[in-house]
Design a protein around this ligand. Structure first.
Ligand code: R5P
Length: 282
């Protein structure tokens, strides 16, 4: 299989190439003076099985992925898989108000046009998978999180809301500890209200797990509740570290450790999803 890396996922693509024993394509990309993107795949893809690897962390990365997929299709490969480690625009997975688009559906329909199947990692809501007419798989990342934190002394795994409860439960099972979730009410895109559940937390070590950190509002509030309840250490972990407006620095300054995966590549990407992806592909 030949891997086509998008510029948002170069390190992860390299790990997938190494771990799966795949080949990496030579891709040229540049921006025109007006900011438009140019891509060219210099490796011959005719008759080959191809996998694009590109997180859609920004609007321009959506365009880059579309251009890469279109270039792949022009090269007449045997098959095309599209891996989107972090699927941007996935939070609007349904219409909340009249006149809104279902953003995750719009992106899915645009991408599926160029590939035979789609793969993503811990998508915000699996409803998005149903919008594709092609096979669309979601890889859940729990084992690598469990492995990383098995070296720490964790007493509880907490989710900051009920949507994250299943992930917290799975990670807690891997660590052999109890899990809980908080009650969260979102006031606006930056403000959330939260309540702590019943648990004996004084002097305990808690791992706070979420699918993604964006503004950081959810995690900072959850951290404060745990801290005020007398928790000794709060470890923060999410699959996707979007870290809008520098929220990583704010979280890192209060948490005992901040860890995310490499679906979004950055300073705190200490857990790799590469092995899980290769396991899925094979
Ligand atoms: C919400 O349902 C998600 O699981 C995350 O908790 C949320 O998207 C995090 O966003 P923020 O960091 O902006 O609070």
């Amino acid at each position: 299989m030949i891997i086509i890396p998008g510029s948002t996922s170069t390190a992860l693509a390299d790990k997938i190439v190494k771990s799966g024993g795949y080949e990496k394509a030579d891709v040229e990309r540049k921006a025109f003076p007006d900011g438009e993107l140019y891509v060219r795949i210099k490796t011959d893809l005719r008759g080959k099985d191809v996998l694009t690897v590109c997180s859609t962390t920004s609007s321009s990365s959506v365009v880059e992925l579309l251009l890469l997929l279109a270039a792949v299709r022009e090269s007449e490969p045997r098959s095309v898989k599209c891996l989107i480690p972090y699927f941007g625009y996935s939070r609007q997975h349904k219409k909340y108000n009249e006149g809104e688009p279902v953003s995750s559906k719009a992106i899915t329909l645009a991408l599926e046009r160029f590939c035979d199947s789609l793969i993503t990692v811990d998508i915000h809501d699996e409803q998005t998978l149903s919008y594709s007419s092609k096979p669309f798989s979601n890889i859940r990342i729990e084992k690598p999180i469990g492995d990383y934190f098995s070296k720490k002394r964790i007493d509880y795994v907490f989710a900051p809301d009920d949507g994250g409860a299943a992930k917290a439960e799975s990670v807690a099972k891997l660590l052999g500890v109890e899990n809980r979730h908080m009650e969260k009410k979102r006031i606006d895109s930056n403000m959330v209200e939260m309540q702590l559940p019943e648990a004996r937390l004084q002097g305990k070590n808690v791992l706070l797990v979420d699918d993604m950190i964006s503004s950081g509002g959810t995690i900072i509030k959850a951290h404060k509740l745990l801290h005020d309840a007398g928790v000794k250490k709060v470890y923060v972990c999410a699959v996707h570290g979007i870290f809008a407006n520098g929220s990583d620095a704010r979280i890192a300054s209060v948490a005992d450790e901040l860890v995310v995966t490499d679906t979004v590549e950055g300073k705190f990407s200490k857990i790799s999803v590469a092995e899980s992806i290769v396991g899925f592909l094979k």
